[in-house]
Ligand binder design. Structure first.
Ligand code: SF4
Length: 319
């Protein structure tokens, strides 16, 4: 596709994500060791409680999701933590969507959102993963709901995002992991999409997450967490972007040294809270908000009930 064939939404993405080498930031090659040393020094006091009998397991795994949960409502975090994970159409939609995007990069000839989604679901059903079990055993209505929701999101993606070229080195759900303190604490994440790569000490990668619905500060924090993981792995990305599919809008943020230090502080805070809550040395606090709507203990929570009734002083019902 030539530049003059992009629609305005696609052109906005191309303009934002493209940058000549001289416009890209350069980072100190020693930054990865600096960040690791900083994190390990502040997380080291957690090793004894993690190794104690009061903690469930010998390691602490922190994902983007876990961090946002533990730094949100602590009571909800503990309640959901005791529930076993199960797939559902809304949860499976992201995984199917990422597979469909991956297929779209290498698809030869014309494709349609529904064809890509069907191929993605067929591929995942044959994969040796838990989503494969789900896709082969879910009910017909769940399958239809998943297919409809994912193809709608895929339609928005293909309309608004420029076709991904192999030369941009696109990677979907590529896992990133940082092992700290001899594997006692592990940070892990899977960005929806990454483009580009570093060139020496010059940053070149862009990390993109796709969302539906409105802006939330958590979306920005999620991407900063990924930036930290990339910085610990090789070199920081140059840009973080959240793409709001139903609005055709992109929110972006340049990666800086200060941003990475802020991401470190959030990880340190989250890890300490996690260990204290799970080890029973911290009483869980409550933080009423929109997520009270799907909280498993909402019926027993006065603060959450008041919030949902619109009576929680000072907190607007923002949905
Ligand atoms: S209802 Fe709301 S405030 Fe209460 S525990 Fe759940 S999320 Fe927290």
């Amino acid at each position: 596709m030539h530049a003059d064939q992009y629609n305005p939404a696609q052109q906005e993405v191309v303009t934002l994500l493209g940058a000549p080498r001289e416009a890209r930031p350069e980072f100190d090659p020693g930054l990865r060791d600096e960040l690791r040393d900083h994190l390990e020094a502040r997380l080291e006091p957690l090793i004894a409680p993690i190794e104690s009998n009061d903690f469930d397991g010998d390691n602490l795994f922190l994902s983007k999701y876990m961090l946002s949960q533990v730094l949100g409502c602590e009571r909800k975090f503990l309640a959901e933590r005791s529930e076993p994970f199960s797939w559902s159409p809304p949860i499976a939609r992201g995984t199917v969507m990422h597979k469909a995007i991956e297929l779209s990069v290498h698809w030869r000839g014309e494709s349609s959102p529904l064809v890509l989604v069907d191929e993605a679901m067929a591929s995942l059903a044959n994969a040796d993963k838990s989503i494969g079990d789900y896709l082969t055993t879910c009910s017909e209505s769940e399958r239809a709901e998943l297919r409809a929701g994912t193809s709608a999101a895929m339609t928005q993606f293909l309309e608004c995002f420029p076709p991904l070229k192999a030369a941009w080195r696109p990677a979907t759900e590529s896992p990133i992991r940082a092992s700290l303190l001899e594997d006692r604490i592990v940070l892990s994440g899977k960005p929806d999409l990454t483009l580009g790569q570093p060139d020496g000490a010059v940053a070149g990668k862009v990390i993109i997450d796709f969302k539906t619905g409105g802006f939330s500060p958590t979306h920005r924090e999620d991407l900063r967490f990924y930036a930290l993981l990339e910085a610990l792995r090789i070199l920081p990305p140059r840009l973080l972007a959240t793409y709001y599919l139903d609005q055709g809008r992109i929110h972006s943020e340049e990666v800086t040294h200060d941003l990475l230090l802020a991401a470190c502080e959030r990880v340190i805070d989250g890890a300490h809270r996690y260990v204290e809550l799970v080890g029973g040395t911290r009483q869980p606090g409550v933080a009423p908000g929109p997520s009270c709507r799907w909280c498993p203990v909402q019926l027993d929570c006065d603060e959450g009930t008041e919030y949902l009734e619109g009576a929680y002083e000072g907190v607007p019902g923002d949905w």
